[in-house]
Design a protein around this ligand. Sequence first.
Ligand code: PBG
Length: 334
Amino acid sequence: MNDDVSYDLVSRPRRLRSTPAMRRFVAETRVDPSDLILPVFVREGLSEPQPLSSMPGVVQHSMDSLRRAAAEAVELGLGGFMIFGVPETRDAEGSAALDPDGILNRGIRAVREEVGDGVVVMADLCLDEFTDHGHCGVLDARGRVDNDRTLEIYGRMAVAQAEAGAHMLGPSGMMDGQVGVIRAALDAAGHEDVSILAYTAKYSSAFYGPFREAVDSTLTGDRKTYQMDPANRREALLELQTDLAEGADMVMVKPAMSYLDILREIADASPVPVSAYQISGEYAMIEAASANGWIDREAAIRESVLSIKRAGADSILTYYATELAGWLRRENGR
Ligand code: PBG
């Protein structure tokens, strides 16, 4: 064996991988706490936070623990705080969504009281948590989700959320025309400066499973008549075009991990900021594999969020937002 063999290579990319300082210096992508949006659940009637078995570490909040989570988000410098409500009673029309004293609107009000403008307070705008059938809209006589009647309700829900104090609304129901109708309703009620984070390319995904526990979902069946088919890429660009034309301030791709190609495509085409949602099933997979000792939990969390940013997301909704921001802050000595 000849041990002083050496080739005259022009390129040796390993040079820039040689030390932690060198790798940090040449890193093309960085995640900052302000990139992160924490999705949270507040459930009516709870006096203590309630753990979720399919999402270890995530809870349904009581009003008090919701306030504490929001204060922590500000303290850690998160970008956004996205609130989902879980009501005690549901009906066919999802009427608790419109009630100023409904759980979600109360949660928004409490969080704004707690944090003021310290973090962008976002509200999920969808009926699935509020309807007894669990669909994202109201049903017609034949049991189909009625697009336009749902839009009318979304418009009123938007105004209720704006009045409760939300800075940004996240319509997640995938009804056609939802961004435009919500924009018009907000403007007509004098809420011109409440912004819209459009769920632009939201796919009908098996990975939403654990979320259904998080919101005590009553859904039977699926959402394939309104959420996008995982087979489709071009259609995401149509959704982008329509959301922009209707006045979306930001757009989103969801889920993240199985849709990084879509995310890249939207990021390349979008003139407005792009977000991606690392959803419940992505979280649950990392937790389950880590709990079994199959992957390194912290490394997997960091890599998964970094890869979403690298694929084109300006911001990331992730249930890891608080924990990850804590790590980032410590290593940056802030
Ligand atoms: C529906 C909604 C869902 C999620 C956010 N909003 C579930 C669905 O579309 O079935 C999923 C979020 C997650 O899985 O983390 N309003």
